[in-house]
Design a protein around this ligand. Sequence first.
Ligand code: HEM
Length: 352
Amino acid sequence: MEGHRMKSAAAALLLGIGLAGGLALPAAAQSSVRIGGPAAEQPVDRDGPMVPTQIPGQSRGDSWHAIRLGEQGTVSIPNKQAGVLIQSEGEAWRAVRNGPLSQYGSWVLGGILALLALFFLVRGRIRIDGEKTGRTIQRFNAFERGVHWMTAGSFVVLAISGLNVLYGRHTLLPLIGPEPFAALTHYGKLAHNFLGFAFILGVALIFVMWVHHNIPSRHDLTWFLKAGGLFAKGVHPPAHKFNGGQKVIFWSTVVGGAALGFTGVQLIFPFSFATLEEMQLYQLAHAAIAVIMIAIILAHIYIGSVGMEGAFDAMGDGQVELQWAREHHSLWVEEVTGEKVRHGNHHGTPAE
Ligand code: HEM
């Protein structure tokens, strides 16, 4: 009886786990193997549906033990990985993704939004302190602005569609219902897959265009010591084309963008470059880096739009008010216009 059951299990069941000896099912038996078929198609015997527990020559306990440890069995379908019935790393991955990753992620994103709102309430919009000149100077050319907006546009769609994958089920789904949510998630995923490449290209071009303006210098130290003048009206530490804070944005974009691109490519071409375990780690890294980068970029978007008078023009038509440039980038103004600016004075006015 027991021998009969063992034989029919091996012949009809989903897989045979090849333990140390590497036992495989006979070819005839393998041809009838089905993975994940409907219950009605599962082989049955007098005692009910058969379960894939046993390996010829192994006790039932040993067989289960091997399956629980994630040992790879043999299957006749092309996807050999289906021979692993229980992949324990997958359980750990799921626990981290749905637990600490999602939780800390929501704290980081909620935290930065609260900080920005608080900063706006306390400091208000950072105004141009001195008198406007009515004259402008060019800050970024059309190509630079085009690259910036390609990177920014793709990032925003990637961020929204990515956050939907992480949080949508618990936030959007109850709000908009299953059908709109399914459609949104479907198109969001398509957009995410394609725009990833535009973002990677944008980050590479940003690196090439601006790296020479972003080498750390002693002025950055002064800039950070004075907190960039962000908290005190009329304080303007000297800066070249990019100040210390902008260098942080630049390097976050380049390093974070490269890490997102690398891990993203691993996930978009499953199993081409990485094993399942590696992909699980890449997915966690991808999501964690994305959350941090979204938080940093939210601060960047705030200061580049509502947070500071005159800043948006740099990426709008590329022309900035000369007085804005004197206050925020005094050393750069000296370089490009030849005029002398009194650094560190409270209005960035030109020297006599
Ligand atoms: C979507 C809204 C965004 C707005 C309104 C915005 C605005 C701006 C502005 C006005 C500047 C020029 C600052 C200056 O002249 O000193 C700038 C620069 C820059 N932006 Fe954006 N940006 C946005 C999104 C992004 C995104 C998503 C990224 C990258 C993922 C990004 C990366 C950069 C970098 C690296 C710079 C140069 C360094 C810096 O000025 O901080 N921007 N942005």
